[in-house]
Design a protein around this ligand. Structure first.
Ligand code: 5RP
Length: 229
């Protein structure tokens, strides 16, 4: 698994803090990435100890990890609702509650599951905290649309870059068979407005800007974890 950001110990603390809040009978959205993976592992241990839950994975990777951990799984279209989604982020602004996701190219399904959930528990290490979002924004793009989308985001002031697969010739292909375009907008002054503009670009399946993204946030640090609701 590709791991970015802070220490594994900090990520583990954040993931385990979120897993601790899950109650018997819940349907749980299982996020993607190295921090959410710690939550999945902790939930797997709890299932071993008798916790009765159902997981809804947000990616092939999350599904695989949950299967390995023995968590019973369902697809989003086969459950009545999701009680809580647990997921990571690439950057998070505490004051506004906005975040950037998509480092693992799974943001479309992550947003789908988060939108369906009654509660979203964001799990990050402290390196993800920022005063303003300034990472490139990940766009999942229909393959035929990538040049058209690149032109459209340039007209919005962004600098697009097709994401290349590590150690392979060719681009990253998402679980949905699409491409990922990372768009550098510098510091994003108005995430909500940019989110609206990106959603309106034909060929963009979903973007990685999440506005008011969580009901609870656990931030793991070198020596502890703080949880805010
Ligand atoms: C995947 C994501 C991840 O949640 C995000 O990239 C954070 O990953 P990590 O916890 O490994 O730093 O959005 O699409």
């Amino acid at each position: 698994m590709k791991s970015t950001g802070g220490s594994d110990a900090a990520k583990r603390r954040a993931g385990e803090a979120a897993a601790d809040t899950v109650e018997p009978g819940m349907v749980v959205g299982l996020g993607t990435g190295s921090t959410a993976a710690y939550a999945i592992e902790a939930l797997g241990d709890a299932v071993d100890d008798g916790l009765d839950i159902v997981g809804v994975p947000t990616s092939f990777g999350a599904r695989q990890r949950a299967l390995d951990c023995g968590i019973p799984l369902r697809s989003l279209d086969s459950v009545d609702g999701v009680d809580i989604a647990i997921d990571g982020a690439d950057q998070f602004v505490r004051d506004t509650g906005s975040c950037l996701k998509g480092g693992g190219a799974a943001h479309s399904r992550e947003k789908l599951v988060a939108t369906a959930a009654d509660a979203v528990h964001l799990v990050v290490d402290e390196t993800k905290l920022t005063d303003a979002l300034d990472h490139p924004v990940a766009l999942e793009v229909l393959p035929d649309a990538h040049t058209v989308v690149a032109d459209a985001v340039r007209s919005l002031g962004g600098e697009p870059m097709l994401r290349d697969a590590a150690n392979k010739d060719g681009p990253v292909v998402t679980d949905n068979g699409n491409l990922v375009c990372d768009v550098d907008f510098g510091t994003i002054a108005d995430p909500e407005s940019l989110a609206t503009q990106l959603s309106a670009v034909t060929g963009v399946v979903e973007h990685g800007l999440f506005i008011e993204c969580a009901t609870t946030v656990s931030v793991g640090t070198a020596d502890g974890v703080s949880t805010t609701t």
